[in-house]
Design a protein around this ligand. Structure first.
Ligand SMILES: NC(=O)C1=CN([C@@H]2O[C@H](COP(=O)(O)OP(=O)(O)OC[C@H]3O[C@@H](n4cnc5c(N)ncnc54)[C@H](O)[C@@H]3O)[C@@H](O)[C@H]2O)C=CC1
Ligand SMILES: O=C(O)CCC(=O)C(=O)O
Length: 525
């Protein structure tokens, strides 16, 4: 039974779903990295929010880990390249907390417009400072969105309901989508010059880090009010403090900080500064949503092989998974076969799906071919890191589909291009489930690829099979299955034999010494 660790506080629905789906679950929150390292080795899955930082060191100790599920959107607390390199799938829940976070941005906008936190503190301190707190209306003001994805779009919708004019800077926002959202797409400088309120809704990337730098803040309208519910690091905090102190910035509300947890900040205590401790996603509704979603996604993966919302692997629904499973087995075997039979640098691997195979999701099939192929070179490869490893090794990967059936109802062909040219192997599924190789470098065969195998290429001549059989019998090698194919009578022939034990170097030397043998190799699947 797969075992999952819930390492951050999560709605109890998550644990309930894991159990219902046959996944054992431990909830151990608030651990230090060292404590997590000590226990992570026993888990197949790790469910987190934003508190747990999944570093290289934690991954190195996570020897059984197959999936990390982030109950939320941002995955900047997970070292995704390290997870991918280790073959661990990383999933998030991209929509479950968007409305909640958008509402928090709107709440903070109101808090700034009416100085609600300061007015509250003053009133509860018995001061009744009615004249001190003069606010502004949101109606007719210009809201500048930086980032108009899921959350930005919801903020835009709510702001339009509040009769604000919404402009947005987002290089990836299409004019059609802007029109649909009823917002004006602008350049950043234009937004800075026109916005009365600015809210940020982008991930933290090299392009967005300090997008509100000292220079950008200097271009804003005097009195601008700024809200960041996305990620710390989008705003230069020192420049923000200077802008608030000088009065150029009329107010700022941060839910997120460069350093979290933010227990001390020069911004704390600054007039017109409002802060919350990364509460954007903290509503009952959002937490139930993300807990259910992350548990279902992780259970789908661990129990049925379904992949949803993965950041480092192609999607594969739990419904598709059973249909794809035999194809993935075939793809891995074909990849492994060409990997074992090919020497030297590989320039390209092409995966060609024909007939029924062409109707399927090709991404997992291609990843399985690459994993099978690369496993002949490294042990640490799986479907998650295989495309990355192939890229690192300079292998071009091609995907081809032909829906028309050829000789077989369904066929996968894997071709490798090396300095010596291009060669291919092909396989089909018998009864839609049993993988069989049906072509080996242009020679028709029909073999299951399983266990230990002896591969021999020889000149087709009478008596050869008898001599080989005698040699194997004398060497005490038991033959399980025997598959034969030839290019033409008297031409090149190929033999694939399954045997009980691994082929020894001594046996190979004897086989290679038989008259007519061109190549002999031991294979393992
Ligand atoms: N405070 C909190 O508790 C929460 C924070 N978040 C954060 O909110 C942010 C936005 O989330 P979503 O809207 O779901 O993400 P999304 O991926 O749907 O939208 C992000 C938008 O940013 C845009 N973008 C990317 N690079 C840009 C650039 N250089 N300049 C301008 N725009 C750029 C993208 O085109 C996209 O439209 C994420 O960082 C997420 O982690 C999300 C949920 C809760
Ligand atoms: O889980 C949380 O409280 C933080 C949510 C968040 O930042 C996100 O989903 O990106």
């Amino acid at each position: 039974m797969p075992k999952v660790l819930i390492a951050d506080k999560m709605d109890p629905k998550a644990a309930q779903i894991f159990r219902e789906r046959g996944v054992e679950v431990d909830e151990i929150t608030g651990k230090t990295p060292e404590e997590l390292i000590a226990i992570i080795g026993e888990y197949d899955g790790l469910a987190i929010r934003s508190s747990t930082k999944v570093t290289k060191a934690i991954l190195a100790a996570a020897t059984n880990l197959k999936v990390i599920g982030r109950a939320g959107i941002g995955v900047d607390n997970v070292d995704i390249p390290a997870a991918s390199a280790q073959g661990v799938v990383v999933m998030n829940t991209p929509f479950g907390n968007s409305i909640t976070t958008a509402e928090h941005a709107i709440a903070l906008m109101f808090a700034l417009a009416r100085q609600l936190p300061e007015a509250d503190a003053s009133t509860q301190a018995g001061k009744w400072e009615k004249n001190r707190f003069m606010g502004v209306e949101l109606t007719s003001k210009t809201l500048g969105l930086i980032g108009a994805g899921n959350i930005g779009s919801i903020v835009a919708d709510r702001a339009r309901g509040l009769k604000m004019k919404v402009i947005a800077f987002d290089p990836f926002l299409s004019p059609e989508r802007a029109l649909e959202l009823g917002i004006e797409k602008v350049e950043l400088d234009d937004l800075l010059a026109r916005a009365d309120f600015i809210t940020l809704h982008t991930p933290l990337t090299d392009q967005t880090r300090n997008i509100l730098s000292a220079e950008a803040l200097a271009k804003t309208k005097k009195g601008v009010r700024i809200v960041n519910c996305a990620r710390g690091g989008l705003i230069d905090e020192a420049a923000l403090k200077a802008g608030l102190d000088s009065g150029h910035i009329g107010g700022a509300a941060l839910d997120v900080f460069v350093e979290e947890p933010a227990k001390a900040s020069p911004l704390f205590g600054t007039p017109n500064f409002v802060s919350t401790p990364h509460l954007g996603a903290s509503t009952t509704e959002a937490q139930v949503n993300v807990a259910i979603q992350v548990a279902e996604q992780m259970a789908d993966f661990l129990v049925a092989g379904g992949v949803t919302n993965a950041l480092n692997m192609p999607s594969l629904s739990a419904e598709e998974a059973p249909r794809l499973k035999p194809y993935m087995a075939l793809a891995e075997k074909l990849g492994s076969l060409v990997g074992q039979l090919t020497h030297g640098a590989i320039a390209r691997i092409s995966v060609h799906a024909e007939g029924a195979a062409a109707e399927l999701n090709q991404k997992p099939i291609v990843a399985a071919v690459l994993a099978g192929f690369l496993r002949t070179q490294t042990d640490t490869v799986n479907m998650v890191n295989a495309p990355l490893l192939a890229k690192e090794r300079g292998i071009e990967v091609r995907e081809v589909r032909t829906e028309r059936e050829g000789d077989y109802h369904t066929l996968l062909r894997v071709s490798v291009k090396t300095d010596a040219g291009e060669r291919s192997v092909a396989g089909t599924l018998f009864g839609d489930s049993a993988p069989r190789v049906v072509e080996l470098f242009g020679i028709k065969v029909e073999a299951d690829l399983a266990g230990h195998m002896l591969y021999v290429v020889n000149e087709d001549a009478p008596g050869f099979i008898g001599r080989l059989g005698t040699l194997l019998g004398t060497a005490g090698v038991n033959i399980g299955t025997f598959h034969l194919g030839r290019r033409s009578a008297g031409g090149e022939a190929v033999l694939l034999l399954s045997i009980d034990d691994a082929v020894t170097p001594e046996l190979l030397a004897q086989v290679r010494a038989l008259p007519g043998v061109k190549t002999a190799m031991g294979l393992a699947f």
